[in-house]
Design a binder for this molecule. Structure first.
Ligand code: SAM
Length: 207
C-alpha cells in the first residue's frame, strides 16, 4: 500500500495510468470515466452544492465540479496531489490530512450536501473504514448523500473471483470494498445502495 510519499511520486503519471487502464478495461481502473461521470451527473442535478472530497488526488472529479460553481472542501495526505489540486481549484478549502487519523478537527461544525471519495478509502482496513464512514454522517446535511466510487464487489465471492482472474497483478495490500459486508455493519445507522459499473468497480450511495 502506498504511503503519502508513494503518492507524491505517482502524481505525475497518475492521470495517464488511470486512462490507460480504463481504455483497456483493466484492473483497477476499468470504467473509471463512466463511474466519475455518473457521480458528477448526480451532484450536478443539485448544483451549486457544498462538497467534501476525501483523497481528491489530481482533482479529476472535483475540479470539474469546482468549475461548474460548486463549493469544494477536500483532504489528501500527498503534498504533490495538494499542489496540483490547488492550482486547479484556487479557492477550494484543501487540507493536507491523513484520513487514517479520522477527520481533521478543522471540519468540526461543517456540513456538506455531498461527500465523495473515489479510489481512496480502500487504503483503510474494513474495521477502520466502517468507523470512518460512520463519522462522516455527522458532516452530512439532513438531505445529504455520501458517494463512494472504488474497486468494490457485491460479495466476498466476487472479490475472490477477481483476485484469481488478475493473479500477480492483484494488490493484496488494498482493502477493497465488499458491499454486503459494509451494509451489514452500517445498516443500523444509515441506508446503503450499490451501483455496479464493472466486474470490480461500483458506487456505494449512503444516506
Ligand atoms: C488512487 S488516488 C485517487 C484520486 C482521486 N480521488 C481519483 O479518483 O482520481 C488516491 C488518493 O488518495 C490519497 N490517499 C490515500 N491514502 C490516504 C490517506 N490515508 N489520507 C489521505 N489521503 C490519502 C492519495 O494521496 C491519492 O491522492
Amino acid at each position: 500500500m502506498l504511503n503519502n510519499h508513494g503518492f507524491d511520486v505517482w502524481f505525475g503519471s497518475y492521470d495517464f495510468s488511470v486512462r490507460e487502464a480504463d481504455a483497456n478495461n483493466q484492473y483497477p481502473f476499468a470504467e473509471y470515466t463512466n463511474l466519475m461521470n455518473a457521480i458528477y451527473g448526480t451532484i450536478m442535478n443539485y448544483s451549486p452544492v457544498k462538497i467534501f472530497d476525501i483523497g481528491f488526488g489530481t482533482a479529476l472529479l472535483t475540479s470539474k465540479l469546482y468549475d461548474a460553481g460548486n463549493y469544494i472542501t477536500g483532504i489528501d495526505f500527498s503534498s504533490e496531489m495538494l499542489k496540483i489540486a490547488s492550482l486547479k481549484m484556487p479557492k477550494a478549502n484543501l487540507l493536507q490530512w491523513d484520513f487514517s487519523r479520522g477527520l481533521p478537527p478543522a471540519l468540526n461544525n461543517q456540513s456538506f450536501d455531498f461527500i465523495v471519495s473515489t479510489y481512496a478509502l480502500h487504503h483503510l482496513t474494513d474495521d477502520v473504514k466502517a468507523g470512518f464512514i460512520s463519522s462522516l454522517l455527522n458532516l452530512l446535511e439532513a438531505t445529504g448523500v455520501i458517494l463512494i466510487g472504488d474497486v468494490c464487489f457485491r460479495t466476498r465471492g466476487g472479490l475472490l473471483l477477481c483476485k484469481d482472474t488478475w493473479g500477480d497483478n492483484w494488490d493484496d495490500s488494498e482493502a477493497y470494498f465488499v458491499f454486503s459486508e459494509l451494509q451489514e455493519r452500517l445498516t443500523p445507522i444509515c441506508d446503503l445502495a450499490f451501483h455496479e459499473f464493472s466486474f470490480f468497480a461500483g458506487v456505494i450511495e449512503i444516506r
